[in-house]
Design a protein around this ligand. Structure first.
Ligand SMILES: [Fe+2]
Length: 247
């Protein structure tokens, strides 16, 4: 019964949530410090909010296997109980180090970003929309499936783009140390999450109607993610045009 959903998954890397103008920019050139600030603020907020979304998911489902899986993901998101390894903290550590290497020390610190860079509407919509989908007993399974299946490619692309800044580090070892956020995701754990989310969908797709609701959750989540990257791309383009104009 889940055949159609599985077909969608095999093609997820071509979805505009993963194949879009933001990634093209990020992967092909170095961003300016102002563009990086927009990215770090908005992506950082989504990453920081993700454990909250997972907690909602945990409350929404009764399925013991799915609940166990969400707890594992939540535990890893929260640095396995170590506050300095929480993913949003590791992410900001990368940006802090990057700003320092670019000669803009302190400019990408989370506290500063929160006070100086406005959150984009599409970022709020993604965070709120994700939580809305995770509150729905049926849609949540499809929404989580979309999240997990796009995550590996998302992190891989973000890491590939991060490598554009490697020459700023005199010691390449230190660059890799600064990349802990990316490495935490490009491993066996992420692959496991993908399989588990598909198993959950298969267990719950007991009728055409429930499958339709899950598929709806899947599409809606990917659309929110697509809108998020588009929002970032446009905000970055606006800042680039502005700096060209005043140059
Ligand atoms: Fe994470």
């Amino acid at each position: 019964m889940t055949r159609n959903l599985e077909v969608l998954l095999t093609d997820i890397t071509n979805h505009s949530a993963l194949n879009n103008e933001f990634y093209r920019e990020w992967m092909t050139r170095e961003l300016t410090i102002d563009e990086l600030a927009i990215f770090a603020r908005n992506y950082g907020e989504w990453v920081k909010s993700f454990p909250d979304a997972l907690s909602i998911l945990l409350v929404t489902t009764d399925d013991i296997d799915a609940k166990t899986e969400y707890v594992k993901t939540l535990y890893s998101e929260m640095g396995y109980g170590n506050p300095v390894k929480v993913h949003s903290v590791l992410l900001n550590d990368f940006f802090k180090e990057l700003a320092r290497k670019m000669g803009h020390e302190g400019e990408l610190n989370w506290e500063r970003l929160q006070n100086t860079v406005e959150l984009l509407p599409a970022t709020r919509e993604l965070i709120e929309g994700e939580q809305y989908l995770y509150r729905d007993r049926q849609m949540s399974f499809g929404a989580q499936l979309a999240l997990e299946w796009q995550a590996y490619t998302m992190l891989r692309k973000l890491y590939d783009g991060a490598r554009n800044y490697l020459p700023l580090w005199n010691d390449p070892d230190e660059f890799h140390e600064a990349c802990e956020y990316f490495y935490a995701h490009i491993g066996a754990t992420e692959k496991e999450h993908k399989e588990e989310s598909l198993k959950a969908v298969k267990r719950y797709a007991t009728s055409e109607e429930s499958l339709a609701r899950m598929t709806d959750g899947y599409h809606r989540h990917l659309q929110l993610i697509h809108n998020f990257w588009q929002g970032l791309y446009h905000a970055m383009s606006a800042v680039t045009e502005h700096s060209i104009a005043i140059a």
